[in-house]
Design a protein around this ligand. Structure first.
Ligand code: NAD
Length: 352
């Protein structure tokens, strides 16, 4: 498998592969760009069918983190790590310790945190082996939820704020009575659903596992939808909160929502899909802009001095940033993802 001519390789600074046979760990860390600061990005554990699939994912995700930090006005670079394996069946403390050693071997050029399949407890185990583990404790929080270091509550709040701004811009409406289909009832998806429920939105939810869906039906009055039907539902807003590439050549023709605003990273299978969304009159909230609440949270936890109010304000700025992107995109008749890319590239290339 080649890295330098991989289709997702984009002048990444550093790509490291690690294998610990005894601990059962096969992992990759990708550092895309550190012009603005050390790379930060979560660790994802997923049952990738091949190491090639894992490499594609980590290259795309780490690049997204560079753009995310730049758009959130944060002095951090972009990186990400992936562990190949099923988190429900194959994760062990020894594997998490080995992952901690892997992160430590990069001497602070990369900090890891939560992503799909990795919990605060897993990170605490990694932290026994390295000082470069974020998202394990919290001194500031944006609201009432007791913080434990997991950035998902801040991510969900940022997505909520961004979705609200997108509905205001795209539908000229408040959230009251607006229908939202959420793909993925995990850490972020469920919390997003709670915020939307409190704001009066009508919820349709799907997941490949029943727990989150059942809870949303019981506690938030949501309607359960089959995973294969959620993207094509006749709703106002689609919120992809599962894994990447939900909006692709196969799913695009079935989308009826007029706004796409969700937490998942890399929602568009390729950049051109953004142009097609414009043609179809669908407003797309660029993923790395709307889902930056988590990185903003980690950034504030690592600051010597911040406040709950400063963290909350920084997260709420996501709504303002999105509206600026939408205004610029409207004026240029350009896709929102392309407008966001140009702004981010201007920012992180400055120190290059
Ligand atoms: P999670 O693993 O807790 O939740 C993802 C959920 O999606 C799981 O419940 C999973 O079963 C479900 N899912 C997977 N495939 C699906 C499918 N085809 N249809 C329906 N459901 C499906 O992860 P999370 O922390 O909630 O993150 C969700 C997304 O947001 C991910 O793409 C993640 O990279 C992104 N994100 C998360 C954070 C964060 O702070 N956790 C920050 C930024 C971006």
């Amino acid at each position: 498998m080649s890295v330098f001519d991989h289709i997702e390789f984009d002048s990444h600074e550093h790509v490291a592969f690690y294998h610990d046979k005894e601990a059962g760990l096969s992992a990759i860390i990708a550092i895309h760009n550190t012009n603005l600061g050390p790379a930060l990005g979560g660790c994802r554990m997923w049952p990738y069918v091949s190491s090639a699939e894992a490499l594609t994912d980590v290259l795309r995700l780490s690049k997204g983190m560079t753009y995310k930090a730049a758009m959130a006005n944060i002095a951090l670079g972009g990186g990400k790590s992936v562990i190949i394996g099923d988190p429900r069946k194959q994760k062990t403390p020894a594997m998490m310790e080995a992952m901690g050693k892997f992160v430590d071997s990069l001497s602070g050029k990369y900090f890891t945190a939560e992503d799909s399949g990795i919990s605060v407890t897993d990170l605490q185990t990694m932290a026994t082996q390295s000082d470069y583990i974020a998202g394990v404790n919290a001194q500031y929080h944006y609201a009432d939820e007791q913080p434990d270091g997991n950035p998902a509550p801040s991510t969900a709040y940022g997505v909520f704020v961004g979705l609200k701004a997108s509905v205001e811009h795209g539908l000229n409406s408040s959230l009251e009575g607006v229908s939202v289909a959420i793909q993925g009832m995990g850490h972020v998806g469920y919390r997003l659903a709670s915020h939307l429920h409190a704001a009066g939105a009508k919820l349709y939810v799907a997941d490949i596992f029943p727990e989150g869906v059942e809870k949303a039906v019981a506690e938030l009055g949501a309607t359960a939808v089959a995973p294969e039907e959620i993207l094509g539902l006749d709703v106002d807003v689609l919120a992809p909160c599962a894994l990447g590439a939900a909006i692709n050549d196969q799913t695009l023709p079935m989308i009826k929502a007029k706004v796409i605003a969700g937490a998942a990273n890399n929602q568009l299978a390729r950049e051109e899909i953004g142009d097609m969304l414009v043609e179809r009159g669908i407003l797309y909230a660029p993923d790395y802009v709307i889902n930056a609440g988590g990185i903003i949270d980690i950034f504030h936890q690592r600051m010597e001095k911040s406040t709950n109010a400063a963290l909350r304000k920084h997260i709420e700025d996501i709504g303002t940033t999105l509206k600026e992107i939408y205004t610029r995109a409207d004026a240029q008749k350009a896709a929102t993802n392309r407008v966001a890319n140009i702004i981010a590239e201007e920012r992180f290339s400055l120190k290059g």
